[in-house]
Design a protein around this ligand. Sequence first.
Ligand SMILES: Nc1ncnc2c1ncn2[C@@H]1O[C@H](COP(=O)(O)OP(=O)(O)OP(=O)(O)O)[C@@H](O)[C@H]1O
Ligand SMILES: [Mg+2]
Length: 216
Amino acid sequence: MLLREEDLVARGKQRSVYQFPNEEQLLLKVTQQDSGLEQQPGLRGHFKSYLPYARYRHIFCEIDHDTKIQMRALLKGIRSPIAPTRGVISLNTTLGLMVKQISQKDGAVGLTLNELFAQDKFDEKALAALNEFAQSLFTLGVVAGDLHTKNIVWGDYNDELVPFIVDGYGDRNFIPLKTYIPWFRKRKIHKCLTHMAKQIGCQWLRSERVFILQSK
Ligand SMILES: Nc1ncnc2c1ncn2[C@@H]1O[C@H](COP(=O)(O)OP(=O)(O)OP(=O)(O)O)[C@@H](O)[C@H]1O
Ligand SMILES: [Mg+2]
C-alpha cells in the first residue's frame, strides 16, 4: 500500500498518522523507521535487538488494552474513553495500527484538547464531558501513562462532543505494576490530569476527581 504525503494527518514523535486510503473514518498509524535500534544502549536496546516483537510492542499493548476497556465499559454500561483500534496491517517495511478516526460532526478530523482550548471552544459543556471522561478512567481501570492535551481528541458521539484518548494508553512496562496495582495506576492518572488542568485553565481536584475552572 502506498502512503501519500497528502493523506498525512499528523506526525508525532514516534509515528505518523495517515488517513486510510479510500476509508474516510479510518486512520493508519505507522511507526517511523528506527535505524539505530540495535545501537540503543542498555537492557532496553538488548531486548529490542533480540526480540523483534519488542519494536511493535506498543501496538500490541494498545489493541490489548482497548479491547479490555471496551469489555469493561460494556459491562458497566458506560462508553469507553479510548479511540477504538481496528487491527494491524502489514506495510512494506513495517506494521501499521488502524484506528477509528475521531471526527467532528461534519466528518473532519476531531480537534485535540490542546486545539479546542486554543480556539476558545472549551466551554461548560466541554468541561462536563471532560469530567465524565476523567471519571471513566478510574471506573474502568484505564492505564494511561502519557495523558496530555495532544493525546486527547474530541469527537462526535451520539450528537455530543466528547473526548477520547488516542495515544499513550496500555501498560508497556516489563513488570506491569499499573495493571495490577491500582494505587500506581491512579497515581499516574492524577499526576497527568493535574498537569493537564494547568494547560486548560483548570484545577484538578484529586479527592473529588473533577476539574474545576481556575478563577483568574
Ligand atoms: N483516532 C484518532 N482520531 C483523530 N485524530 C487522531 C487519532 N489518533 C491520532 N490523531 C491525531 O494525530 C496526532 C498524533 O497521533 P499520536 O499521538 O497517536 O501519534 P504519536 O506519534 O504516538 O504521538 P507522540 O508525538 O505523542 O509520540 C494526535 O495528536 C491527533 O491530533
Ligand atoms: Mg501522541
